[in-house]
Design a binder for this molecule. Structure first.
Ligand code: SF4
Length: 162
């Protein structure tokens, strides 16, 4: 199975959500947060060539000629998830033989940026994570976890709780 950045972020957010995605159950287009993200994406960094798609799998917001990969996010609420998503992109590029690429998360609404690097330890964490994602995708639907803070804004809320 090919693993994209959304799967990586769902892995950290909720394993059941990841399972829905792996089984092509998609409801995100109705989600208000995703709409806000799209508006932000269209209105930020207009001078950059955006959405660099690699292998029809990895969708990077933009890469500067200086070798810095950028992801644009609206808030820091999911900071840890976003950091791992960027680390996965760096890992993926490294596996393809592209080394020396740096990562940066841009928060235009906060006027902040955050540097993200990939360490050898991170590579090990990512390899374990990829194995686990594969296992979740091939396994039965994970039980509904104790209600998470993000459930209320999750596009799959009705599938889990109604
Ligand atoms: S509603 Fe909650 S439990 Fe269900 S998929 Fe979304 S985050 Fe996971």
């Amino acid at each position: 199975m090919q693993i994209n950045g959304t799967m990586v972020s769902y892995y950290f957010v909720c394993k059941r959500k990841l399972w829905y995605l792996c089984h092509n159950i998609r409801m995100e287009q109705e989600n208000e947060n995703v709409k806000i993200g799209k508006i932000l994406d269209e209105s930020s960094y207009r001078q950059e060539e955006k959405h660099v798609m690699i292998d029809n799998l990895i969708n990077i917001d933009f890469i500067k000629k200086t070798g810095v990969l950028h992801e644009i996010k609206k808030s820091k609420k999911m900071e840890n998830v976003e950091i791992w998503q960027v680390k996965y992109y760096l890992y993926y590029l490294h596996q393809k033989g592209l080394s020396g690429i740096k990562g940066k998360i841009d928060y235009p609404l906060l006027r902040q940026t955050m540097d993200v690097d990939l360490t050898t330890e991170d590579e090990q964490v990512i390899e374990n994570m990829l194995t686990e994602i594969q296992g979740i995708a091939e396994g039965p639907i994970p039980a509904i976890p104790a209600k998470l803070r993000i459930c209320k804004s999750c596009a799959y809320y009705d599938l889990c709780y109604i």
